[in-house]
Design a protein. Structure first.
Lengths: 128, 128
DNA sequence: GTGTATGCAAAGCTTTTGCATAGGT
DNA sequence: ACCTATGCAAAAGCTTTGCATACAC
């Protein structure tokens, strides 16, 4: 049976507080400000639990590695700015599933990552 | 200056021979059948060189990790079959870039991974 | 002959796991 | 009181790096 622990509460709290995709070391660091003893292994174990229970979802960032975000958010894409290195969440789903899936294939889900320069970085570049 | 070596020749040969996305351990194993002494570190160093020179491209598979494929191939998506675990290359690009990119953002590239069941696995499942 | 690329081994990361024990129920 | 979840430390991938030497030029 799944027990309620202050550690898992803290980990979930981190996501509620930050409301953006997070890396494991960020979760650990922020979580420790809530529960001092919080351990790396505990974070990994709870992330796995939370993904399995459907509370979290993993994102696979080509450069930054694995990120986690709340699963309740609607399906969306991610945009990585190569200038400021931030990750943005893009609303909507612009993939034509029928066109992208060959006959006979069943697509159950997809992950999209875009790369480029975000609007604020472009504005800065234009000024120079 | 970049010297020609039998090791890099072999690594490139592996891609020409297999003509599909490959993992590092596959490249090492197949490459060793061509150059017995081929070393892991050499593979990693040459993969980096070949990516930088534009001969190879990396794919970031959410489960299998990093894969490499020849860069000369046209832009395409990847499909991972959760039943047989194979990775398929899907022709074409069905993403509406304008729709998926917010105003002010410059999208320079994107990576798409689809998950589901491939046609042959579906056929097998249907028979049962 | 000169200097880069290789092989080998060690080290760095990220993630997982074994084990004793604290703590939720 | 029971037994799961935690903390700690070690281990297990994957990738990078330092160093002596082989070999491409």
């Amino acid at each position: 049976m799944k027990r309620k622990t202050v550690q898992r509460d803290a980990i979930q709290g981190v996501f509620l507080k930050k409301n953006r995709p997070l890396k494991v070391d960020e979760i650990l660091e922020i979580g420790r400000s809530m529960v001092e003893s919080l351990n790396q292994a505990t974070v990994y174990r709870n992330l796995k639990l939370l993904v399995e229970s459907g509370w979290l979802r993993t994102i696979h960032h080509p450069y930054a590695g694995t990120l986690y975000e709340r699963a309740e958010k609607a399906h969306h894409y991610h945009f990585h700015c190569r200038s400021c290195d931030r990750i943005f969440e893009l609303p909507g789903c612009a993939l034509d599933k029928r066109q992208s899936t060959p006959p006979g294939f069943l697509a159950e889900g997809h992950e999209v990552f875009l790369f480029g320069v975000c609007s604020s970085c472009r504005a800065v570049a234009a000024k120079r």
